[in-house]
Design a protein around this ligand. Structure first.
Ligand SMILES: [Zn+2]
Length: 270
């Protein structure tokens, strides 16, 4: 598969363009998507969601694309999304809104159902914890109109599936978040990594099915080996369930298995 070029601004919806950061990897896919939002391509200002890693070149491209940065928003605290936030704020004077207080520039946080308006667009916060405890999704609309897209950070990716990240990822919370996203039909998914997806509800239902399948595989692996869902089961379960997955991804697989075992301990067999 050819990798999309980083640094080229690409229009995705009438209110959203994407700039791909130059940080490809097994966890970041092609790199981090930085989203530039405004109601009209001619508007002189924009909202920036997930400025990405600390990369001066990427930052310069963001400033060029946004013209004037009115507001910076983070979907979650991971460095591949957040590292450049404070530097971009310093360079532009724009405030940073995030659940994690570490990135805020004296501004308010982000809470479920909160609404932010800037650059002619409205963002409504949908708390979607699970990948991390501080993960949010953002419903995007042109001011006064119904939402047409949802920014999902790493909760729903454009390709593959996401990990339940340690230490604060939580599979139970994640499944609840996916159920909330499954209610949003007809909205374009603007993910933190990978290509946009046509329908949020469809994407969330695919993820829910994938998670249910993985959980069944983990339960079966435990039964096969006569193991209880504790720490000592992590390695044997990874070996069985992720046998067909490239070993470079096993650290993430361990993290996911640990989250699944924790979930199975808390939510006994159904
Ligand atoms: Zn990420």
């Amino acid at each position: 598969m050819t990798r999309p070029a980083h640094g080229i601004e690409r229009a995705v919806t009438p209110c959203a363009t994407v700039l791909l950061a130059d940080n490809p990897g097994p966890m970041t896919l092609d790199g981090t998507n930085t989203w530039i939002l405004r109601d009209d391509p001619d508007r002189r200002s924009a909202v920036v969601v997930d400025p990405g890693p600390d990369d001066a070149e990427h930052r310069a491209r963001i400033v060029t694309a946004a013209r004037q940065v009115e507001l910076i928003v983070l979907t979650h605290r991971h460095a591949d999304h957040s590292e450049g936030a404070v530097l971009l704020a310093e360079a532009t004077g724009a405030p940073v809104r995030s659940v994690d207080p570490a990135f805020r520039t004296g501004t308010a946080g982000l809470a479920d159902a909160q609404v932010m308006s800037a650059a002619g667009v409205t963002l409504r916060v949908l708390a979607t914890p699970g990948h991390t405890a501080d993960s949010v999704s953002l419903l995007l609309s042109r001011a006064g109109a119904d939402p047409h897209a949802v920014l999902t950070g790493d909760t729903v990716l454009g390709r593959g599936t996401t990990v339940i990240a340690e230490p604060d990822g939580d599979l139970g919370a994640y499944l609840d978040s996916l159920r909330r996203l499954a209610d949003l039909s007809g909205l374009v998914v603007l993910p933190g990594h990978g290509p946009e997806l046509p329908d949020c509800s469809e994407a969330a239902r695919f993820y829910l099915a994938h998670r249910a399948e993985r959980l069944d595989q983990v339960r079966q692996a435990l039964r096969e080996r006569g193991l209880t869902p504790g720490e000592s089961a992590v390695e044997p379960v990874v070996e069985i369930v992720y046998a067909d997955v490239d070993r470079s991804l096993w650290p993430a697989a361990r993290s996911s298995v640990r989250a699944q075992l924790r979930y199975l301990r808390d939510v006994p067999a159904k």
